[in-house]
Design a protein. Structure first.
Length: 342
């Protein structure tokens, strides 16, 4: 009786044989990232040959030039908690931003990816060997190591050993048994952990918590649209691509979504008032331009936030300008300054 072998998943798409190949590919990838093909759909082709080694997946992928954009919405929708080692077998080059960290193919052959964090990368035509490992199987020492977007050269000891192991398992994939595959998977997790420990760095306090990442993204979105009358909790939710329940949980520390938007609008109003030295705008115009349709309401909530009315702030504007104050950039200093006036 033949020994049992690991489950295989072979996925081939070719626009020459399947007119909708490119669209099928985009839809299949949509749970993980947004894909932008950099060549016409008629030239699309993709091959993925993957094996489940007992919780660890090893797959060889060959594809056309494209962009992969993994955002917060994908991370939240992805129920798996995994990490990737991507070994370049051949490529015309790639580059990307991994949650703020730039990386490119000139840095080495193996890139380490934390799937709980966003990335945006673009690649030329490529062939890669991809190792997907559940985070829980890694050495516990890596729990507080930031390795997202790190690129490991095979000229280093850990890179050379990890790359050699990935290649060796692939070269044996057609004859390996499930028992042998499980052992190979354990070895892969150990070698992946070693690469993280060798090339990562101690993570900051908020390297991974999704709520903090979402709040930061939402803040940038809100601040860029303070004058938009359509700015609302629903607009923020759609931008982030999250459920209402998660949106409200994220904004709970800020007093809620609506309160967050109003506070940022009031901060912007504060800045506009003290910078409008020649008083080219009336206070009503400033308030209206930031979504406050009632002068009385604008004055009331402004005073509730800052302890002074918009009118009094305008009279004190010269002093605030001299201090270089900004409610958006130096909120703590603003409240200290206002407190000194009361």
């Amino acid at each position: 009786m033949d020994a049992e072998t690991p489950p295989r998943d072979l996925w081939i798409l070719d626009a020459r044989e399947q007119a909708d190949a490119a669209e099928r590919y985009r839809q299949a990838c949509a749970q993980l990232f947004d894909v932008t093909l950099l060549e016409p759909d008629t030239a699309f082709h993709n091959r993925m040959d993957g094996y489940n080694l007992g919780g660890v997946v090893l797959a060889r992928c060959k594809g056309v030039p494209q962009r992969f954009d993994r955002r917060y919405a994908h991370i939240i929708a992805d129920t798996a908690d995994s990490v990737l080692a991507v070994l370049e077998l051949s490529s015309g080059g790639w580059s990307g931003i991994y949650d703020g960290r730039p990386a490119d193919s000139g840095m080495g052959a193996i890139r380490l990816v934390d799937m709980s964090r966003p990335f945006d990368m673009t690649t030329a035509a490529f062939e890669t060997l991809n190792l997907a490992i559940p985070r829980a199987t890694l050495d516990e020492q890596v729990d507080h190591i930031d390795f997202h977007g790190r690129v490991v050269s095979e000229n280093t000891a850990t890179g050379r050993i990890l790359g050699a192991h990935m290649r060796a398992v692939w070269d044996s994939i057609e004859t390996i048994t499930t028992a042998e595959a499980a052992l190979a998977a354990k070895a892969a997790a150990t070698l992946f952990s070693a690469a993280i420990l060798a090339h990562g760095e101690v993570a900051g306090a908020d390297a991974r918590p999704i709520e903090k990442m979402l709040l930061a993204s939402a803040r940038d979105f809100v601040i860029g649209r303070l004058a938009d009358p359509e700015l609302s909790p629903e607009a923020v939710r759609q931008h982030l691509g999250v459920s209402r329940s998660l949106l409200y949980r994220v904004f709970e520390p800020a007093g809620g979504v609506s309160a967050f938007i109003q506070a940022r609008r009031l901060d912007q109003a504060f800045d506009e008032i003290i910078r409008d030295q020649s008083e080219r705008k009336t206070l009503a115009e400033i308030g209206y331009g930031l979504g406050f349709r009632s002068d009385a309401h604008f004055s009331r909530v402004f005073r509730a936030r800052f302890g002074v009315t918009p009118g009094r702030l305008r009279r004190l504007g010269a002093s605030a300008r001299q201090e270089g104050l900004s409610a958006l950039e130096r909120p703590d200093d603003v409240f200290v300054w206002i407190g000194s006036l009361l």
